[in-house]
Design a protein around this ligand. Structure first.
Ligand SMILES: Nc1nc2c(c(=O)[nH]1)N[C@H]1C(S)=C(S)[C@@H](COP(=O)(O)O)O[C@H]1N2
Ligand SMILES: [Mo]
Length: 917
């Protein structure tokens, strides 16, 4: 590797060493104002213009950086060769361009951006053919000879005015390569134009690109030409020929002299000469400022007391105050000359690239706990770092942290010296000149439940992307939250919709809202407008005010409190949400939270819990089960009976936190979760036969800050009623299987927990209580029971076991007889088997136990039944029906149904002899 002292000439052309250069066959001499004749390597010409038949025509592919440096790949894409038919007949018809570029101002001049998806797919460094282009006019036609003779004239208030040829710059100053992201101030302007037409054309979110720029630091050149004391501004001029004179703008000289701001005079991009569109043969590169400051085709620099007087220095790249309309800005020139409104540094901004506009995913075919990786870019100005990227799925009500990668930081970790790139050394730089990338794992379930994905970021100065658009006449620096709308298709798939499509392309939710007469600057993408914590849109009309319809239109039936308490209502689990009555039994089979949680609210007002955990999708579904409007109100009560003794943990009204302290594997997928109550000596306060609601927020990823879905389900504890300080719960985790691809929402949520996490409990709930001394309470009615049958399947054992223990451990009851029928698939699946066996041996006269196994492998000396529950099994292993008798059932819905049907056949009365848990 050559050492820095070897440097003679730096040229953006492959593998030559300086000695090869001097020996190259046809060097073109270039006379510099320094009086030295230097050799320019041949060819020094943009690859797109190198003819195939050119003697060096093959050297159009950039040389990568040494792989040992472990830096982002230098784009290998070949330069375009063909002339795009759109350029034919324009002054630019000599420039090969990539037809994939989206033209934003018709054919000419060339203002274009790649498709956001294509741009993002390129990664950190953008190949020059997909690098956005902003040309105010025709591209100066510069051939090889003109490039070799290019003059940069630096003059004005300086002691050493000098005219440099490119080779002078290369040989006099340290040649450096720096990755820099350029962003046009108009990036994302289309969004502003949809709200109200600005003076500018419609950039999408791809008016941004990144390249390795090779050149010399402007600060080094300024040291050489020695500015005078009264010089305050440094003016740059390109040699494009525009109606109002050449393109030009200026910087504060103090900024330009500051090496840390990284301003460069650059001749190469990604290891090749600049393409004509990007300023061949020389441009200014101003990192972290708007692209408009990076003057292309740079030919003149002037040091001055005053800022640039170029037309476009005043008439462009400003953010005028919001109240100034486009017409006003056009008519009243003074706005443009007010120095306060100039834009220098970029502002914080971010956009979503994945999902792409119009991307469709099939959420229904994916497991609920599967995630979709949302991705995008973010940047800040002034060398500041993006310090957080946050994603919201509820229209900005709550936010989760995305993970960010900063490929630019890789450059800070290495140094290199290379004949193409010169010095690669950012080891002493803390400035962020480039975009960063972020990703966020969004659960499919969240996508299903929400209407938008929103991103915002914050930078080191704590500047945060705003919720509302700051519209201005130039439409520049648009950086409000970037929102992608989620649209549910009829077939269960979802389609994503970006805010706009660049240029004249149709599409995007902003135009759609506008066409619908809504305010596109005030979208309301809340999952449900009535959800708690809704942000009230105070400015402007409310867009998309879509209250979810939870009732059947035209259903005028009135339901009285008495009807709500009728046996029919209990049988079909009628419940109340927001004053409307619903028939819960219609949804037993499909309810993701299980049938039990619906049965538990039968006859009750379930508004609070329903609204807390159900998505707008679920709310919509509720309409199908609407049967009428309640006359009067139901007392909010969670238990039919006694309030728990004071001092015990549970509250019927309030969710209370418990901490997970232990997880114990039991068998197969079953685990015992132990949660600590508030006090070590505290009792739970749960009567025999009743349940507790467990509610938890699902974790999403390790980087997520608690934005998962809220899930809730009723469980019966495993711990003894008298247990103090803790509650044990036996949970069988339903992992996704091919037959049940979503797995159990609640149990998967539990499986994500680790010790130290919290869940919330509320209760007791349920209509059945074993009160002791042979007394049961069913829907508040007491009944004396002499014999009780308990039928359960799988983890349905937990409430059954509580009742069983309640009876057998009751010192004041030696009468009540218990029969248990427990059905499982395999022998190993039988939960609490040993305990059950032990209780039978302890209470031979009172407790009869029977099992059945439905699986294929049956243990050799199995003495119980095999196969599903039959009528005969229930006849033989339960008491005969009678007035003082009762059967309780707990298991999967299908089992509960068939057991109930058999019991009816045998002669059990549904209204007061059968209890479904
Ligand atoms: N000479 C000249 N320099 C120019 C421009 C121009 O039209 N002429 N456009 C400016 C603007 S507004 C932008 S955003 C950047 C775009 O650089 P690019 O076309 O290389 O992406 O160049 C800047 N430099
Ligand atoms: Mo720009």
């Amino acid at each position: 590797m050559p050492s820095p002292d070897d440097r003679v000439l730096w040229y953006p052309e492959g593998l030559q060493t300086p000695s090869e250069v001097s020996a190259s066959p046809s060097p073109s001499p270039a006379e510099s104002s320094l009086g030295e004749t230097v050799q320019l390597p041949a060819p020094f010409f943009p690859p797109s213009l190198v003819q195939q038949d050119h003697p060096r025509g093959e050297s159009t592919v950039p040389r990568g950086l040494p792989s040992t440096l472990n830096l982002p790949e230098v784009p290998k894409e070949k330069a375009c060769k063909g002339i795009d038919s759109l350029d034919v007949g324009t002054p630019d018809a000599w420039i090969p361009r990539d037809p994939r570029m989206v033209r934003l101002t018709g054919k000419h001049p060339f203002n274009s951006e790649a498709k956001l998806k294509d741009l993002y797919a390129q990664g950190f460094l953008t190949p020059s053919n997909l690098f956005f282009v902003r040309n105010h006019g025709a591209v100066p036609k510069i051939d090889q000879k003109m490039a070799e003779e290019w003059k940069l004239n630096i003059h004005g208030l300086c002691s050493n005015p000098t005219t440099f040829g490119l080779s002078d710059l290369r040989s006099r100053f340290r040649v450096v390569t720096v990755p820099v992201t350029l962003v046009c101030a108009g990036n994302r302007r289309k969004e502003q134009n949809v709200v109200k037409q600005s003076l500018g054309f419609s950039w999408g979110a791809a008016g941004i690109s990144t390249a390795l720029f090779t050149g010399v630091y402007l600060s080094d050149v300024l040291e050489y030409i020695h500015p005078k004391r009264n010089a305050k501004h440094i003016i740059f001029e390109g040699n494009d020929d525009l109606p109002n004179g050449p393109y030009g703008t200026s910087q504060l000289l103090s900024w330009a002299r500051d090496k840390r701001r990284g301003m460069m005079l650059a001749w190469a991009m990604n290891g090749l000469p600049l393409e004509p569109d990007h300023g061949f043969p020389l441009r200014l590169v101003v990192p972290s400022q708007i692209g408009g400051r990076s003057v292309k085709w740079l030919s003149r620099i002037e040091l001055s007391e005053n800022e640039s007087q170029h037309h476009l220095h005043f008439q462009d790249n400003k953010v005028l105050p919001m109240p100034v309309s486009s017409d006003q800005a056009r008519a009243e020139k003074h706005w443009w000359y007010n120095p306060k409104y100039i834009i220098r540094d970029l502002n914080v901004n971010s956009a979503i690239a994945c999902p792409d506009h119009d991307e469709i995913i099939d959420t229904s075919s994916q497991p609920h706990n599967e995630v979709y990786v949302v991705k995008g870019y973010a940047y800040a100005g002034g060398g500041r770092r993006v310090t957080r990227v946050e994603v919201s799925s509820d229209n900005g009500h709550t936010w989760s942290l995305a993970s960010i990668t900063y490929p630019e930081d890789l450059f800070r970790a290495v140094t290199d010296f290379d004949s193409v790139y010169g010095e690669l050394d950012l080891t002493d730089s803390d400035a962020c000149f480039c975009w960063c990338f972020w990703t966020f794992d969004m659960p499919i379930a969240t996508i299903q439940a929400s209407r938008s994905i929103t991103v915002r970021c914050m930078d080191e100065s704590l500047a945060l992307q705003p919720r509302n658009m700051y519209w201005s006449a130039t439409g520049m620096m648009n950086n409000w939250w970037f929102r992608v709308c989620i649209q549910r298709l009829e077939d269960g798939r979802v389609r994503f919709e970006h805010p706009t499509m660049a240029g004249a392309q149709p599409g995007g939710w902003m135009q759609r809202l506008k066409d619908a007469g809504l305010d596109p600057s005030n979208p309301d993408f809340l999952p449900d407008p009535s959800a708690p914590g809704q942000i009230n849109n105070t400015e402007g009309p409310k867009a998309e005010a879509q209250e979810v319809q939870m009732t059947k239109p035209g259903n005028g039936r009135k339901i009285t409190i008495t009807e709500l308490g009728s046996p029919e209502a209990k049988e079909h689990a009628w419940f109340v949400v927001r004053g409307e009555v619903y028939m819960g039994s219609g949804f037993f089979d499909d309810h993701p939270g299980g049938a039990q949680s619906i049965m538990l609210v039968a006859g009750e007002d379930a508004t609070e819990d329903f609204m807390a955990i159900h998505s707008s999708h679920a709310r919509k579904q509720l309409a199908d089960f609407h049967i009428g409007t309640l006359e009067g109100t139901v007392e909010a009560k969670a238990s039919d009976d006694d309030e728990p003794p004071s001092g015990s943990f549970l509250s019927a009204k309030k969710w209370k936190k418990v901490v997970l302290v232990n997880i114990k594997d039991v068998s197969g997928d079953a685990k015992i979760y132990r949660f600590a109550l508030e006090g070590e000596e505290q009792e739970l306060g749960l009567p025999f036969g009743q349940h507790v609601y467990v509610r938890l927020r699902k974790k999403v990823t390790s980087t997520n800050v608690g934005e998962g879905e809220l899930v809730q389900r009723a469980y019966t504890p495993l711990s003894e009623r008298g247990a103090r300080g803790f509650i044990d719960m036996l949970i069988k985790i339903y992992y996704p299987t091919t037959a049940f691809p979503l797995g159990g929402r609640m149990t998967l949520g539990l499986s994500e927990l680790s010790v130290g996490d919290t869940v919330e409990l509320k209760g007791p709930v349920g209509h059945f209580i074993w009160k002791g001394k042979g007394i049961a309470s069913i829907h508040g009615e007491e009944k004396h029971v002499s014999e009780i049958g308990l039928v359960c399947g799988g983890s349905g054992i937990t409430p059954i076991r509580q009742v069983l223990r309640g009876i057998l451990t009751d010192a004041s009851d030696s009468e009540t007889k218990v029969w248990v029928v427990d059905v499982n698939r395999h022998f190993e699946d039988i939960l609490c088997r040993e305990e059950l066996e032990q209780l039978t041996s302890e209470h031979p006269g009172r407790f009869r136990l029977h099992h059945s196994l439905t699986g294929k492998s049956i243990p050799e000396n199995w003495t119980y039944s095999v196969g599903r529950i039959t009528r005969e099994m229930l006849t033989t292993h339960l008491p005969t029906p009678g007035d003082n008798k009762l059967v309780c059932i707990c298991g999967p819905v299908s089992m509960e149904r068939s057991v109930k049907a058999f019991l009816n056949e045998i002669g059990w009365d549904s209204s007061n002899q059968i209890v479904l848990f």
